[in-house]
Design a protein around this ligand. Structure first.
Ligand code: GLN
Length: 485
């Protein structure tokens, strides 16, 4: 049963060949035997899931269930889940039980999906390796000495190890695409505003976007169809029609114009990755795609701009954790100032504090113009580069990451190097565009991800291209040794 994708499970459940409860129990068993070692989950909630599965089974019997009814899913622990611990992988929220559901969770619940776990992540989604989690890093199933990527590392590792058929994630600078690439699965970050941020704990509000981590593009299309759409509870949610993502998958890609940005194929790119991307480009050409060289001249400025803008927003968003209303509170504070200071000192980890310090600095009077305003101007230039490129091509293609999954602890004492692992992904968030990472093979036995970037609200084109590639290749079907089905 566990070998099936969401699309296949949906068909089996709707035809009542399997039940949701039976499917869920199979996942619970697999997690018991194989799950623990990867540390993918912050909360594993089989009892609540069983209740949801039984409800889904009743719905399935009526013949009125939606396509996703009865299918288990994991939510990144950044999404508020009513009555369930929502920690954001931080000590400061270790005792926080969310009083309401994020819109993403609410929509998937309504569709009848079954929440089996809250997945591990970098603390407040700050990181590229999952190592900043208060609960310890989750591991990469392809090599347990290596990181699964971050910050949605638990979601990616769990889907890759087939501990869950699909999971949600969030992407502020690459946190869906980079772990998807490191773990050999498909990850989709939608256009900013496509998926509601309501109930998604904020890191950098102008960049954060929820999305999907799945085995293949068809599954992403199914999930996005339920997650996307206007939400009056999120003022940045966009009232734009939701496409029929699954309906668009089978369109031929003949004539599609694909641009390769010169700046993404430089000498810093791992040669094994470059080779796999070349192979994938050849496959797309065979299917009729037309390849063009393009320029994204300000790519080198994206990391510096991101590391001014995202800490600035984070320093403001994280002000609310003060030890007063909810979350961790230090013991025996002597006065109010001691309560604030020690609760935050003890509650936040090192990387989060680093970001708050940088953010406070770049926003402080005298530095605001020099750093924050300047970074906003650079952001506009990066956005303009993409708009220029999209006047020439339909989709932009390149590597997702400069290297494959790195070793645990390899970058923990070198934040700059850690930040550089998002060199190809952050510009997309600065511009607010949709992008996907799909597996295109292996380099030294580790998965390689290819990134597809689309114009605003063009998710269906990305999914279509990814699906067409996945119909002629089988990289998305490989599983790591020890996790075969
Ligand atoms: N690695 C980047 C950071 O640490 C991006 C994280 C993310 O997308 N949430 O900020």
């Amino acid at each position: 049963m566990l070998q099936h994708t969401l699309a296949e499970l949906s068909a089996l459940l709707l035809a009542r060949k399997i039940s949701s409860e039976e499917l869920l129990r199979a996942y619970i068993d697999r997690n018991e035997t194989l799950g623990r070692e990867l540390n993918c989950f912050i909360s594993f909630i089989p009892e609540l899931a069983l209740e949801q599965a039984r409800r889904a089974d009743k719905l399935l019997q009526t013949g009125e269930a939606s396509a996703l009814a009865g299918i288990p899913i994991g939510h990144k622990d950044i999404f508020c889940t009513e009555g369930i611990k929502t920690s954001c992988a931080s000590r400061i929220l270790d005792n926080f039980i969310a009083p309401y559901n994020a819109t993403v969770v609410e929509r998937l619940n309504k569709a009848g999906m079954v929440t089996l776990a809250k997945t591990n992540m970098d603390e407040f989604a700050m990181g590229s390796s999952n190592e900043t989690s208060f609960y310890g890093a989750s591991l990469n199933p392809w090599d347990k000495q290596r990181v699964p990527g971050g910050s949605s590392g638990g979601s990616a590792s769990a889907v890759a190890a087939r501990l869950l058929p699909a999971a949600t994630g969030t992407d502020t600078g690459g946190s869906i695409r980079q772990p998807a690439a490191f773990c050999g699965i498909s990850g989709l970050k939608p256009t900013y505003g496509r998926v509601s941020r309501y109930g998604m704990i904020a890191f950098a509000s102008s960049l954060d976007q929820g999305g999907t981590l799945t085995r293949d593009a068809r599954d992403s299309a199914m999930l996005l169809g339920e997650m996307a759409g206007f939400d009056p509870l999120d003022s940045t949610s966009v009232d734009h029609p939701v496409d029929d993502y699954t309906g668009a998958l089978d369109k031929p890609i003949e004539g599609l114009r694909v641009g390769l940005p010169k700046q993404f194929f430089n000498s810093k790119l791992d040669s094994g990755i470059a080779d796999r991307i070349d192979d994938a480009i050849k496959e797309l050409e065979k299917a009729g795609a037309r390849i063009f060289d393009i320029e994204l001249p300000n790519t080198h400025l994206s990391i510096p701009a991101y590391y001014v803008i995202s800490p600035a927003e984070c320093s403001s968003n994280l002000e609310r954790y003060d030890g007063v209303r909810f979350g961790y509170r230090c013991e025996n504070p002597v006065d109010l100032s001691d309560l604030y200071c020690r609760s935050r000192e003890e509650g936040f980890g090192k990387e989060v504090k680093r970001r708050i310090m940088i953010g406070t600095y770049v926003l402080s009077s005298g530095y605001y113009d020099a750093y924050y305003l300047k970074a906003q101007k650079v952001r506009r230039l990066i956005r303009d580069d993409f708009q220029q490129a999209f006047s020439q091509v339909d989709v932009i293609l390149g590597p997702t990451t400069p290297s494959t999954a790195f070793k645990l602890n390899e970058n923990m004492d070198d934040p700059l190097n850690m930040y550089l692992s998002d060199i190809f992904t952050v510009s997309v968030n600065l511009a607010g565009l949709p992008a996907m990472s799909i597996p295109v093979g292996f380099s030294d036995s580790l998965p390689v991800g290819m990134q597809l970037i689309g114009n605003y609200f063009d998710e269906s084109r990305l999914l279509n291209l990814a699906h067409q590639y996945q119909t002629v290749t089988d990289w998305h079907e490989h599983t790591a040794e020890g996790f075969e089905l």
